[in-house]
Design a protein around this ligand. Sequence first.
Ligand code: PLP
Length: 400
Amino acid sequence: MNLSEASQQRLELLSQDSLKRTLLPCPLDQRISDFSSNDYLCLSQRPEIIEAGHACARQYGAGATGSRLLSGNLDCFEQLESQVAQFKNAESALVFSSGYQANASGLAALLDKSLWGGTVGGTVGGTAPLVFTDRLNHASLHHACQLAGIRQIRFRHNDMAHLAELLAKHAESTQPKIIVTETVFGMEGDLLPVEQLAEIALVHKAVVYLDEAHATGVWGPNGRGLGAVKHPDIDALKAMGHWIVMGTFSKAVGVSGAYIACSEIFKQYLVNRCTGFVYSTAPSPFVIGAVARALEIIPQMETERTALHLAAEQLRGQVHALGFDTGLSNTHIVPLVVGSAEACLELKSHLQQAGIRTSAVRPPTVPPNAARVRLALNTGHSDELYSQLLECLQQWKRRA
Ligand SMILES: Cc1ncc(COP(=O)(O)O)c(C=O)c1O
């Protein structure tokens, strides 16, 4: 069998299970009725952010020309990193070209056993850490564990009692303990009980690695994410360097790229040992300029955040009344859990016929029989659009 035949066969199998994915055009004039975009604060279209990107590119060039360790360490990166550290209430920060890259390589560097062994007679030792992960963590976090050769100890989704129980089972172990989770789950749309997590982590002196991809800009004090919450246990973990917060610039920030906010010493470790940093060209200066401006604007968007959270609450009430299941959602991400992949594609296409764009989320992104149409609300959605959406959902329920 040649590669073309093998690929064809694999795609046919995916098709049979309604799991084949296809790239569809995203016409700009349909943005207004788009519930599939993660541009939660509609910042991707803000003229002053676009202009700030242009200004930075005019000053530094369209590209960074190399890894930061070679020709690429422009001072705009250093400035943005200070800004991000301040925004996240952290000592330091490092920027990356994408969230996937930050997680896959940054988390893998944290889990690397050579970090944890200390030195034995001048040679770096090695102690594999015990890694406790939420069952519904993003693919990039799983990828990091695979890269590091770690067997994950998985706790039930957002179940802090289960996490505490698993940590207690390993209380006698001298291996370092690391907890990896998200603060807003992208497919469930629910919030991490961050203070409870910090309390448990502190008891076990565990390192916490948080993914704030969907929280940055939308949740936490002034949109700084849940990792920026003020709490004595979080402060104690920070003092140990045990509070590491990753987030993206690709969702509510409206641009692209990502950060890891952490202690200065861990940043220096990443600069040396994180392959996605060492062996990759730094992000474009356009991105850096645009992100810097967006981070200035975000803390001032409290009115928009409040309206977004209210819209999500109202929508949940309205779709429940129609008989839809929104799972665990308590954020601006509202999934309509329909079960089978077929039903999910049908509902998505029914909404698409009315010009409403949504995403069909199917296994393996979500567990089997938990396929869902994901509604990501943003500050640009109008009351008319919500009424139209509800009307379409009502029609679908009547037909189903
Ligand atoms: C939870 C989570 N982490 C990381 C990423 C990756 O971020 P990026 O799209 O910037 O690569 C995503 C994106 O879908 C995500 O949902």
